[in-house]
Design a protein around this ligand. Sequence first.
Ligand SMILES: Nc1ncnc2c1ncn2[C@@H]1O[C@H](COP(=O)(O)OP(=O)(O)O)[C@@H](O)[C@H]1O
Ligand SMILES: Cc1cn([C@H]2C[C@H](O)[C@@H](COP(=O)(O)OP(=O)(O)O)O2)c(=O)[nH]c1=O
Length: 749
Amino acid sequence: MLGLASFGDWIGLLATGLFASAQFDNSAAQGAAFGGTIAVRLLPALLLGPIAGVFADRFDRRYTMVITDLIRFVFYGSIPLVPLFGGSAGLTVTWATIATFVGETITLIWIPAKEAAVPNLIPKSRIEISNQLTLVTTYGITPILAALGLSALTAGVQHSGVTLPDWAQPVQLALYLNALSRLATALVVFFGIREIGGKSAAREQAAEQSMTRQFLDGWKYIGRTPLVRGLVLGIFGAFAAGGVVIGAARTYATSLGAGEAAFSLLFGVIFLGLAVGIGLGPMIVKELSRRRWFGMSIVLSSGSVMFLGLAFHLSMALLGALLVGAGAGMAFLAGLTLLYGEVEDAVRGRVFAVVQIGVRMVLLLAITLAGLLVGLGSSRQLDLGAVSVDVSSTRVLLLVAGAIGIWVGVGAFRQMDDKKGVPVLGDLFGSVRGRPLAPPEEFVRTGVFVVFEGGEGAGKSTQVNRLADALRAEGRDVVVTREPGATDIGSRIRALVLDKEHGAGPSPRAEALLYAADRAHHVATVVRPALARGAVVISDRYVDSSLAYQGAGRTLPVQEISWLSSWATGGLKPDLVVLLDVDPGVGLSRVSARGAGADRLESESRGFHERVRYAFLDLAAADPKRYLVLDAARPAEQIAAAVSERLTPLLVAATPAESAATPAESAATPAESAATPAESAATPAESAATPAESAATPPQSAATPAQSAATSGRSGAASAESAATPVDPAGEGPVAPSGAEKPPVDGRP
Ligand SMILES: Nc1ncnc2c1ncn2[C@@H]1O[C@H](COP(=O)(O)OP(=O)(O)O)[C@@H](O)[C@H]1O
Ligand SMILES: Cc1cn([C@H]2C[C@H](O)[C@@H](COP(=O)(O)OP(=O)(O)O)O2)c(=O)[nH]c1=O
């Protein structure tokens, strides 16, 4: 129904313009009449706009819609009647202008009432779909249908040879249709959607204030709500960019040397892009945060405007136009959905009024300004060898408008971001694949997390114990743990996945989930608490085992396993992974020599264990800074020495000498302790000798994350990284080389 009404709107806009211009013979007057009527149609926004929103919030929305629709029916319907009753051309145009003006003004009241009412009728989860429908019909399909319908009507009449009576010329018919669509809407709203009125206590209470007060409150609400502020700015920015493209389109088409046809084509493609963005956008980005999607879409649209400024071939221009449309469509959809979903009912009318009025004015200004600027500039041919590019003010304008749009988009993104610290592109690509990134778990980490990985019988347990003994001998707080089975729940999970008496065992996906469940519980109850209090946590196996065994071994998609593990751990990555690389034959024979019998995984084929081995090596190769790969065939002492050598600097950095010696002081003087990493590195013995003290200072460091991050280069990097590097679905695994080399001081990447 509302689609029909907007069809009427568009056809009305075109028809009124054409109708006015048809009253004159010379083309200059025609042009002026056409432009004039359309401008009149947009201008009332300025006059009535400010109070329209107050109307929508103050009065019964059903009556507001019905009354305004009836007024529009009468005025629009009267336009074609004037010449029938013998009105002169001048009078007809004057009346068309007045009636259009009144109709448009009234529309400004109708729209906020409708926009404010609709969210109350639709469950929140359906709002986006409902918006898709409305927007596609309003901006994607109906303008095209309207133009097509009008020209088909005209052509049909011309070719049929039938002479229609004066009152039934195509343009007249279109105007009647426009008027009737208003009447129909009024009837449907009045009889069909009684609940649209939207009575609520909050609204009634607000209505006791003066209208001025309500008006000012609306602006205050926008001003103090970052989300709404970002949305409003972003929508304006997107429309400004769109307006510039429209205003510059004609000269731009000429600059491509492609003329009028290219102009229409560009226009059509922008609308096509709009429909594509609105129709397919949500399917493509899936669960991506709508707040982020909004900003990203504006950047896409504006970037494409810049691309248009650089395009030298029609095909490039068409692609650019398509993307401009798609970005704008997605931004509009996301923006509207957010507005619907997140603006309180009591102020919704005013917010929508600001948006629609702002949009119209921004559009009008941008189109006019662009038209003016383009008209001013001259153009020059630039010869680039094979192609010659036309450098005109149009292109400069597009570049500037695009750049401003990008700036606005980034600004809106920042204001509204609901996943701060989550990498933008990773989140986007992850979402497209159906796995948006989760924000990292907040947590301050002062300990060191070491993981041993490798195939069966590689000597992990042996090395874990050696290292733990050595560190304990230094007086450190050491937590030895393993996966699967380090917790109560974990040991039951371990039995489920590994014990052979449980029959055939879990299916590959179930197995992956069980390991992930064990890991989630393990990290939450053992690893994180220990790291938070500053302990050295040594784990026999971690995420990489899942990537290698379930991913490469069971041939499940490694990216999915990676995502699953990262979700389970909240993005916690080890500081060091020691990979004990062993030939499966050697490893398995060591295990069987142990004589305990093979568990379910040990009994897997040779091929399985080969795949596991190379998966481990690949993971290590992708992130050499975090891995220490050692040949497991070497004697155990040599391996232990190599591990300890590699670990020492990490441990030293994690225990700043000064903070260990005088915890209170170090917390009080972060700058000082941050300034002395060399010193702290130079006194490992001292810092290592006071583990109890350093372990005893978590509350302070927990209270000052930035400080604790700043206190020592290495632990700062480690904690910031673990807190800021979230799930990484890019397939490199959760131990991917992200963020490791970026030690931020404030805990952000
Ligand atoms: N470097 C090594 N060289 C030879 N044998 C080793 C070495 N490290 C461990 N072993 C032996 O190999 C077997 C498996 O070692 P273990 O540490 O349990 O491996 P994992 O925990 O990786 O399964 C044990 O009997 C252990 O004594
Ligand atoms: C942690 C983890 C282990 N596993 C497998 C590897 C091992 O075969 C098994 C148990 O590992 P492990 O503790 O090394 O067993 P053991 O002490 O008998 O050597 O679980 C996975 O398949 N995925 C995982 O995520």
